[in-house]
Design a protein around this ligand. Structure first.
Ligand code: BTN
Length: 248
C-alpha cells in the first residue's frame, strides 16, 4: 500500500513503525530531516523529486546475504531509469550515476535476527524534475537534466516500485546470481583507473575489479595487488562538473 505524507522528518524513520509491512511505501512531499549515507543529510527540492521508503521483509536472506538488498535496489533504479530513456550506472554501494553526476541515492536500514534479515527499510531519493541544486552537492543531476524533459513523478514512482518488487521476487526465488551479475555489469568506473581516497587519507590509483558477495569493493592497485574495502574505508574521487548554482 502507498502512504502519501505532505511533510515528515524522514520517511526512513516513519517506515520503522510496526504498522507498516512488507511492500508498503511511504512517500513524502517534504522531508525536514532527510538522511543520507555517511551521516549526510538528503536535500530535495520540494514538489520536484521523489523521496520515499519501501518496507521489505526478506526473511529468506541470511544476515551475510544482506548486500543482495543493496544490489537489487540499485539494479531496480537503473532499470526504471532505462524505461524512461535514461542510462545510468551504480556507484558502489548504491548511488545511481548518470555519467559523473548523481541522480539518486539509497539509504538501506536493516534489522537482523541471528539467522535472517527481518526487515529492510529502503529509502530512495530520486531527483526527477529539479534543475538547480545546492552548491554543497557534488555533481547532482536529475531526470529532467538527463533527458531534457519533465516527468510525471507518480509514473516514475510506480516504475521504480514495479522493478523493485520484480527483483525482490528474483531474490525470493533464490536467483541471487542474476541480481549479482546484473549489478556487477552496471558498476560505475569498473575496469578503469581512477583515484580513490582511503580512510587514512592516502590517495591511491586503482581499478575496480568487482564486489564481494558480502559487499566489499574489490580493486587492484598499480602494483597489481588486489585489495578489498568496506564502505567507510574508501571514497571515490570525482571531479566537479560544470557550474554550481546555489539553490536548496
Ligand atoms: C545518499 O545518497 O546519501 C542516500 C540518500 C537517501 C535519501 C532517501 S529520501 C527518502 C529516505 N528518507 C531519508 O531520510 N533518506 C532516504
Amino acid at each position: 500500500m502507498f502512504y502519501f505524507l505532505e511533510e515528515t522528518l524522514s520517511t526512513n524513520d516513519d517506515a520503522k513503525s510496526t504498522c507498516y509491512h512488507h511492500s508498503d511505501v511511504i512517500v513524502a512531499e517534504r522531508q525536514t530531516k532527510g538522511r543520507g549515507q555517511r551521516g549526510n543529510s538528503w536535500l530535495s527540492g520540494e514538489g520536484l523529486n521523489l523521496t520515499f521508503s519501501v518496507v521489505l521483509e526478506p526473511h529468506f536472506l541470511a544476515p551475510r546475504e544482506q548486500f543482495l538488498i543493496s544490489e537489487a535496489v540499485a539494479l531496480s533504479l537503473v532499470e526504471a531509469l532505462r524505461e524512461f530513456g535514461i542510462e545510468s550506472q551504480i556507484k558502489w554501494t548504491n548511488d545511481i550515476y548518470v555519467g559523473d553526476c548523481k541522480i539518486a541515492g539509497v539509504l538501506i536500514e536493516n534489522s537482523l535476527s541471528e539467522s535472517s534479515v527481518k526487515r529492510s527499510i529502503v529509502g530512495i531519493g530520486l531527483n526527477v524534475n529539479q534543475k538547480e541544486f545546492s552548491a554543497s552537492l557534488l555533481n547532482p543531476t536529475s531526470m529532467v537534466l538527463a533527458a531534457g524533459r519533465e516527468f510525471v513523478r507518480e509514473e516514475v514512482l510506480k516504475m521504480v516500485y514495479e522493478r523493485l518488487m520484480a527483483n525482490f521476487v528474483l531474490l525470493e526465488a533464490l536467483r541471487f546470481e542474476v541480481v549479482r551479475e546484473a549489478y556487477r555489469e552496471l558498476m560505475y568506473r569498473a575496469d578503469e583507473w581512477h583515484n580513490y581516497r582511503l580512510s587514512s587519507g592516502e590517495v591511491i590509483e586503482a581499478k575496480i575489479e568487482g564486489v564481494r558477495d558480502s559487499g566489499e569493493l574489490i580493486v587492484s592497485d598499480k602494483s597489481g595487488a588486489r585489495r578489498e574495502f568496506l564502505f567507510k574505508e574508501i571514497e571515490f574521487i570525482i571531479e566537479q562538473r560544470g557550474d554550481r548554482v546555489d539553490k536548496a
